[in-house]
Every structure is written in structure tokens, then in C-alpha cells.
Design a binder for this molecule. Structure first.
Ligand SMILES: *[C@@H]1O[C@H](CO)[C@@H](O)[C@H](O)[C@H]1NC(C)=O
Ligand SMILES: *[C@@H]1O[C@H](CO)[C@@H](O)[C@H](O)[C@H]1NC(C)=O
Ligand SMILES: *[C@@H]1O[C@H](CO)[C@@H](O)[C@H](O)[C@H]1NC(C)=O
Ligand SMILES: *[C@@H]1O[C@H](CO)[C@@H](O)[C@H](O)[C@H]1NC(C)=O
Length: 459
């Protein structure tokens, strides 16, 4: 009898132990599932319809990354050339953008979070993110903006950051995440390009000292197969170099020394598998900077912008093609031009999101990144074998032809001036023709009226 009980007891213990092992196994596999689908996006007007969430949910991402302008928090006044409050022109007397109050910001976040599509995504995917100017609180703002402390709290509330998270105590919303089991790890580093940023034309700092120290530690830390660096503003493409003096945009390119520092840090960290994702500009594009002497392997920057905001939406539909023509006319050195693009310019000016798919099952492991339209169809895309993103100094993996390589290693500012300012020349040319036309017409009208008037007098 005693032996039976002992045996039974023994089996019972064994059973419990087996259960416990199973539990632990499940927990580790629960904690570190293989990540193979990541979506990202930026620029979502909380008050506008947001049909794109449906396609994002259909992509079934395990992680969704916000890249800024997650809400439009600041208040935008209309363009006004005349009147009491003039927001444009040489007589401008009030700023076009003003910060909203804390209550207004809270309300806007509430509307964004309550969106039915986004709510569904939050249930299915882990949502992480950083911010850009409009959710930071003011268009084009940097470190001088005083509402940043309050707004950091609101932004972290929106992302459900735990109350005791160190991210709530630091100056800025930068953060890093590591997903996946050993051997299949994806690190996501999210930068804060606002909290510490010096004025736009200062060529000063974007990240500030504390964030640089942190970033260096993150890049030099444990290796991962893939490292995605999320920046609200574009890292590679320097569109301002070819759209100026007509208009300028924010980008790392506007801070050349800071950008070099970033490339050098990546190179010196000897970290493989790094690429950038970005937002902000209201169109999608994929850029590649390929100077073996600068970084050791090609750097990619996949821009998706925006979820609701898009350059082709700001002008009436029949004229939308003009945006495409302008994009095509803007010379580019970094942009990836491929026959697979929807448009010849390889930019995409309608609403879009970014879709990253990692195929861990092939050798070499391959990352497919697409900028997808509102229906989930790709508008521009790239396939990057991880073997291409290895700092081993060998060139035989390179997928580009020599001429292409040369282009991707040229800065926009080094283009011949006649090419670089093509858009501005055309613009001013059309303006001149228009002006001439108006002058001739006015002159003819005066002449005609004089003749008629003169005739009347004599009659
Ligand atoms: C957001 O959408 C609303 C409603 O369509 C519109 O009135 C508002 O101007 C938009 N804001 C921005 C920044 O586009
Ligand atoms: C939240 O969304 C639901 C429907 O999606 C709507 O009925 C409700 O009024 C919204 N609440 C607020 C406070 O916006
Ligand atoms: C980007 O363009 C701006 C404006 O032309 C220029 O001042 C800056 O030096 C450029 N940056 C780089 C890295 O080429
Ligand atoms: C890398 O090479 C390109 C072209 O060969 C050159 O223009 C550039 O200055 C070089 N950069 C560095 C950091 O040596």
C-alpha cells in the first residue's frame, strides 16, 4: 500500500514538474515570439477619416510603429495675406501655428485613440512610437518649446507607457525595444528629434548630449540581426537641397555635422543590419546612401507619410498630377529608382503606410519593405538581403551598377547647379511668362480703352 502511495506520489510530482516545465517553455516562447511583420506610419489627422487602418490590420503586423505627427495637436490658422491677422507675406504679423492648451491636446489624443480602426489595431498589435512637431505641440519646434514637458506626459499616456517607466522621467521620448528569440532578434531604436533640437539653420544638434550618449550605448550594446532606427524626419534624402529656394523641409540633411556623426557612430559600432524608417514629408519614398567609405554598407531610409496627410491632397484633384510632375523634376541622388514603382518619380504622394516583412526562413534572411497605399497595395518597395547590410568591407555583394553606386554616393548639394535648381528655374520661368502675359494684356487693354475713350471724346 505504502509503495503504491509512494509511486502515485512520485508520478504526481513528475506530472507537476512536467506542467511547470511546459509553463516555463510557453512563457519564454510567449515573451519572445519571432517577429516577421512590422508596420509603421506617420502624420494622422485625428479629425479626418482614417480608412487606412483597415489595410494595416489586414497586413496583420505584430508591431506598429508611430513615427510622429500621431495627432495634429497645434492650431493652424488659415493663410491670410490681408486683414487684421496676416499669416503670410511680408506683412505677416501673427504666427501661422500656435500651441494648443493641455486640455485641447488631451481631447485630440482622445479622439485619435478612440478611432475604431486604430482601436482594433491596438488590440491585435503592440504599438510603440515617437513623435514629430505637431504632436510635440508646435510646427517645426525644437528644444526652445516650453510645453514639451506636459506634452511628453500626454504622448506617453497615448502610448500606454507604464506609470513607472523610466521613459516618463527622462528628457525626451526616445526608447529602444528588442523583439524575437536569440538568432532572430530585431531591435527598434526610436529617436526624439524634437526635445533637444537646436534651431533649424544652426547646424547644431538634433539629439542633444544625453540622447547621443544613450544612442551610442544602444548601438554598441548586444548585437541583433536587424536594427531599425526610427526617426520622425528623413535621415538620408535632403530634398531641401533641390527644392530651395522655393521651400525647405526638415531633415537630418539640414544638420550636416549631426548627420555625419550618426553615420560615423553606426560605422564605428560595427553593428550590422541597420536601416532607417522615417515620416514627416507627406509622401512615401525609399532612399539609399551608398558610400562604402562612409558607413561600411549601404544605408536605407524608408519614408512613409502620411496615414491621412498627403501632398497630392492639398491641391484640387484635377491638378494632382502637377505634384507628380514636380516630384519627377526634383533631381535626386539618394532615391531608389526602380521599374516596380507606381509612379515614374518613385515617390508616392497619396496616403500610405510602411510594411516590413522579414523572411527568416531563407538564406540569406531577407527583409522586404513596402510603402503601401490605402488599399494595401505596394507603391514602392525594396528587398534587402541581410547579407548586403554587413560591415565586412567587401563589395561583391553590391546589387547596384557602378553608375548607380556613384549616384547613391553623391550628395544632392553636389549636383551641377543647373540640375539642382531645375524646379526653381522652371517655377520662375513660368512666373516670368505669366507676368509678361499679364503686362502685355494690361498694356493692350489700356491701349484699347484709350482708343475707344479717345474716339468718344472726339465724337
Ligand atoms: C484635419 O481634418 C479636419 C476635418 O477634415 C480639418 O478640418 C482640419 O483642417 C485637418 N487638419 C489638418 C492639420 O490637416
Ligand atoms: C468613440 O467612438 C465611438 C464609435 O467608434 C463613438 O460612438 C463615441 O462617441 C466616441 N467617443 C468620443 C468621446 O469621441
Ligand atoms: C542639405 O541641403 C541644405 C539646403 O540646401 C544644405 O544646406 C545642406 O548642407 C545639405 N545637407 C547635406 C548633408 O548635403
Ligand atoms: C567617399 O567617397 C566619395 C566618392 O568616392 C567621396 O566623394 C566622399 O568624400 C568620401 N567620403 C569619405 C567620408 O571619405
Amino acid at each position: 500500500m505504502a509503495t503504491t502511495i509512494t509511486t502515485l506520489f512520485f508520478f504526481f510530482i513528475l506530472f507537476i514538474a512536467a506542467l511547470a516545465v511546459k509553463e516555463v517553455e510557453q512563457q519564454t516562447s510567449l515573451e519572445q515570439p519571432i517577429i516577421s511583420r512590422i508596420a509603421f506610419g506617420s502624420c494622422a489627422n485625428q479629425s479626418a477619416p482614417q480608412p487606412i487602418w483597415k489595410s494595416i490590420i489586414d497586413f496583420n503586423p505584430q508591431v506598429f510603429i508611430w513615427l510622429g505627427d500621431n495627432i495634429y495637436g497645434d492650431i493652424r490658422r488659415p493663410y491670410k495675406l490681408f486683414g487684421k491677422e496676416r499669416t503670410i507675406g511680408p506683412w505677416k504679423n501673427v504666427p501661422r501655428f500656435v500651441p494648443a492648451s493641455e486640455t485641447e491636446m488631451q481631447l485630440k489624443y482622445h479622439i485619435a485613440k478612440n478611432n475604431s480602426g486604430y482601436s482594433l489595431l491596438r488590440k491585435k498589435s503592440q504599438v510603440i512610437g515617437t513623435w514629430d512637431d505637431h504632436d510635440y505641440g508646435l510646427n517645426d519646434a525644437g528644444k526652445e518649446f516650453s510645453d514639451k514637458i506636459v506634452n511628453q506626459k500626454l504622448m506617453l499616456d497615448f502610448l500606454d507607457e507604464p506609470q513607472d517607466s523610466p521613459r516618463r522621467k527622462q528628457a525626451g521620448v526616445y526608447a529602444s525595444y528588442t523583439f524575437g528569440p536569440k538568432g532572430k532578434q530585431v531591435k527598434v531604436i526610436l529617436l526624439d528629434t524634437r526635445y533637444h533640437r537646436d534651431p533649424l539653420s544652426s547646424d547644431g544638434s538634433i539629439l542633444g548630449d544625453s540622447q547621443w550618449t544613450w544612442l551610442k550605448k544602444e548601438l554598441n550594446g548586444p548585437k541583433t540581426e536587424i536594427t531599425i532606427i526610427g526617426s520622425s524626419i528623413q535621415v538620408l534624402s535632403n530634398l531641401s537641397a533641390t527644392t530651395g529656394p522655393l521651400f525647405y523641409m526638415e531633415s537630418w540633411g539640414r544638420f550636416p555635422r549631426e548627420r555625419d556623426r550618426l553615420f560615423k557612430l553606426i560605422a564605428s559600432s560595427k553593428r550590422n543590419g541597420v536601416f532607417f524608417i522615417s515620416g514627416d514629408v507627406h509622401f512615401g519614398e525609399i532612399a539609399r546612401y551608398d558610400c562604402a567609405n562612409a558607413t561600411g554598407y549601404p544605408l536605407y531610409d524608408i519614408t512613409s507619410s502620411g496615414l491621412t496627410q498627403a501632398v497630392e491632397k492639398v491641391i484640387p484633384e484635377p491638378l494632382a498630377f502637377l505634384v507628380e510632375v514636380a516630384a519627377w523634376l526634383t533631381p535626386t541622388t539618394m532615391r531608389l529608382i526602380s521599374p516596380n514603382c507606381r509612379y515614374r518619380s518613385c515617390t508616392y504622394g497619396q496616403t500610405n503606410f510602411g510594411a516590413i516583412e522579414i523572411d527568416w526562413g531563407v538564406t540569406p534572411v531577407t527583409v522586404k519593405i513596402e510603402v503601401r497605399d490605402v488599399n494595401g497595395h505596394p507603391a514602392t518597395s525594396v528587398n534587402i538581403p541581410l547579407s548586403e547590410l554587413q560591415n565586412q568591407g567587401s563589395n561583391d555583394k553590391n546589387t547596384l551598377k557602378v553608375a548607380e553606386l556613384q549616384r547613391h554616393c553623391t550628395l544632392e548639394i553636389n549636383l551641377p547647379w543647373i540640375t539642382r535648381y531645375r524646379l526653381a528655374f522652371l517655377f520662375y520661368y513660368f512666373l516670368a511668362v505669366l507676368l509678361l502675359f499679364v503686362v502685355v494684356l494690361t498694356y493692350a487693354a489700356i491701349k484699347l480703352s484709350r482708343r475707344i475713350f479717345g474716339k468718344c471724346k472726339f465724337d
